[in-house]
Design a protein around this ligand. Structure first.
Ligand code: G3H
Ligand code: 13P
Ligand code: ZN
Length: 283
């Protein structure tokens, strides 16, 4: 299979390191991610959700592909669908040039998760596209109750092995106490669970969603125990939006050229992405 995303993940796995997988929904964020990776000459994954595909009237595919081609000559960047929920999302993403897709059926019963993941794998693999599944739930603020029972929603290592064996999926997103955005995470990740999942799936890259607030020793330990990619959306959104708010809320702001505002936001996102790419090398 020629999927760049999978090549990047497999190489990270072989080198016992990790990469950042960064969400984009517009041109400046896309350029910031591509330029950060290119300037550091370190690989990364750029990803968009189906809501971004809709928001951009399906132009996100051309936008990301042309920016990688023009601004990413000294690096390797995979293009991935984040949190696809329906077969329709997968078909669309592949048509738009993504070389890897996520089918997130983590809220379904294991049997149904396996069924749909199997269908997606069949469709994607025949087109040279890699597939990420999710097992265990990674909560979102507003979607879950706040007094969460982590034991109930974290990934079961035996079920993870069953899902991978029965579907032939290439990468797996797991839950070890991590959460998206501003949802409060488990006070200490379940390291033993991560170790057990990795021991059962030594050849499957493991993905940690909701990684914006992961740093320092926690990142190093996650990599040591088997994480190969960290998903980042919130920190990129914050960097972009706070730059814009800062410039445009200035009382004396007389800027009438959008580029003068957006280039500041692009630069701030680039700084965040560079710092994360280096941190995820785990050195
Ligand atoms: O985990 C995924 C994203 O943070 C949600 O992204 O607002 O583009 O659907 P979205
Ligand atoms: P954060 O929003 O917590 O950075 O998580 C991003 C993510 O998991 C995208 O799939
Ligand atoms: Zn996610």
């Amino acid at each position: 299979m020629k999927s760049k995303t999978l090549e990047i993940l497999k190489k990270a796995m072989k080198n016992k390191t990790a990469v950042g997988a960064f969400n984009t929904s517009n041109m400046e964020v896309t350029q910031a991610i591509v330029m950060a990776s290119n300037e550091l000459k370190k690989p990364c994954i750029i990803q968009s959700t189906s809501s971004t595909v809709e928001y951009t009237f399906e132009t996100i595919g051309d936008l990301v592909c042309s920016n990688i081609e023009k601004l990413g000559k000294d690096t390797k960047i995979g293009f991935h669908l984040d949190h696809g929920h329906r077969l329709h999302d997968i078909v669309k993403a592949i048509d738009l040039g993504m070389d890897s897709v996520m089918i997130d059926a983590s809220r379904a019963l294991l049997k149904d998760n396996i069924d749909i993941t199997k269908k997606v794998v069949e469709y994607a693999h025949s087109r040279g596209v890699a597939v990420q599944a999710e097992l265990g739930k990674v909560p979102y603020l507003g979607k879950e109750k706040l007094d969460i029972n982590w034991e109930e929603i974290m990934t079961d290592p035996d079920e993870a092995k069953r899902l991978v064996d029965e579907t032939g999926v290439d990468a797996l997103a797991i839950g070890i106490g991590n959460a998206h955005g501003f949802f409060r995470e488990k006070s200490e990740p379940d390291w033993a669970r991560l170790e057990a999942i990795n021991a059962k799936l030594p050849d499957t890259p493991l993905i940690l969603h909701g990684a914006s607030d992961w740093e320092g020793e926690k990142v190093k330990k996650a990599i040591k125990l088997g994480i190969n990619a960290f998903n980042i959306d919130t920190d990129v959104r914050i960097a972009f939006c706070s730059a814009i708010c800062k410039v445009s809320s200035d009382k004396h702001c007389e800027v009438t050229d959008p580029r003068k505002i957006l280039e500041i936001a692009r630069e701030d996102v680039k700084k965040v992405v560079k710092q994360k790419i280096e941190m995820f090398l785990g050195k």
